[in-house]
Ligand binder design. Structure first.
Ligand SMILES: [Zn+2]
Ligand SMILES: [Zn+2]
Length: 334
């Protein structure tokens, strides 16, 4: 099978993903094999390729927003049949027995494995996933439309939850990439007024189309205090700026797996019971909940497709903020 393989981390400008021929993997007990049709391209893939995340496995096939069709079942699989359309997200597997798993925080599992990091992901013709960690894709979405739901959507949804935003409140979104363009639609569905902070004019345009009440720069004052905010940009300097316009008792959730240092800041920015928290990974419940609400709305995703062979170019475009909405690889197969 064809795959885009990373042998050593390097700046994406040097095109470190190499088109390679790999053996088609065989599903082990409890696993399904998926004929990949589309794999979304995520900022985390960029952190993986460029080595900002520690890489437990090399060579590696990245990609963790996988939409495809089950084409083989491992021993004991009853959740899916051959021919079912499924999605595979970032959380590849959690152990189910550590303290975090037992209390329902499998996103924090001590021995969690992540798709396209610990195991080969979806920048390939085929991939494997444990059946309990794959999800049926609602019929209202095409393969490409569904792909950004699987990380950008799920983790954006968890961020909304952890930001404690309530229906009708004012929400700030910092950065307007794949995750935010989905989160805003859930927030609008909840009747929230959404304030979007981004420098990129085309991202501002998309935010307006998706119902933003206000758009501006992270240093601008929207003229109101926000009840909750989420930052999607991996830039630490945004944190004090976001706290500056957060209301008393509000929460700022950081949706980033990697972030530049947060600058020293005066205590008054967090005083009056403001909460600053990070968002890490997601649970199976987050995935089920997001896919359900996404189909109900239905969420409209903006997806720019590249062929598998152009994974480097897709990641370069993402790094340069040239993608409005989300990017994805379309995989033709053998
Ligand atoms: Zn665990
Ligand atoms: Zn991701």
């Amino acid at each position: 099978m064809k795959a885009m393989v990373l042998s050593a981390s390097a700046p994406i400008e040097s095109s470190p993903l190499i088109l390679s021929e790999l053996p088609k993997p065989d599903p082990g007990p409890g696993q399904i094999r998926i004929r990949v049709r589309v794999c979304g391209v995520c900022h985390t893939d960029l952190h993986t390729v460029e080595g900002e995340l520690e890489l437990p496995k090399l060579p590696l096939v990245p990609g963790h927003q996988i939409v495809g069709v089950v084409d083989a079942l491992g021993e004991g699989v009853t959740r899916f049949q051959v021919g079912d359309r499924v999605g595979v997200p970032w959380l590849h597997q959690a152990c189910g027995v550590c303290d975090y798993c037992l209390r329902g925080d499998e996103n924090l599992c001590e021995s969690a494995q992540f798709t396209g990091l610990h195991v080969d992901g979806g920048y390939a013709d085929y991939t494997l996933a444990p059946a309990p960690f794959a999800y049926p894709i609602p019929g209202v979405f095409s393969d490409a439309e569904a792909s950004p739901l699987l990380c950008a959507g799920i983790i954006g949804y968890r961020s909304l939850r952890l930001s404690e935003i309530q229906p009708g409140q004012r929400l700030g979104l910092y950065g307007f990439g794949a995750s935010a363009h989905i989160a805003i639609q859930v927030a609008r569905h909840w009747d929230c007024q959404v304030y979007v902070f981004t420098r990129t004019e085309s991202h501002r345009q998309l935010a307006r189309e998706l119902g933003a009440a206000w758009v501006g720069d992270a240093r601008d004052d929207p003229g109101v205090r926000l009840h909750s905010s989420i930052t999607f940009a991996p830039a630490g300097w945004i944190v004090p700026e976001a706290l500056r316009v957060l209301d008393k008792g509000g929460t700022l959730a950081i949706n980033a797996i990697h972030m530049s240092p947060i600058p020293e800041m005066p205590y008054h920015l967090i005083y009056h019971e403001r909460t600053l928290r990070s968002v890490a990974n997601s649970t199976r419940q987050d995935a089920e909940d997001l896919l359900e609400v996404a189909a109900e709305i239905p969420i409209r995703t903006e997806v720019h497709a590249f062929p598998l062979e152009e994974a480097n170019q897709a990641l370069q475009a993402l790094k340069a903020s040239r993608i409005d909405g989300a990017a994805a690889l379309e995989i033709d197969g053998e």
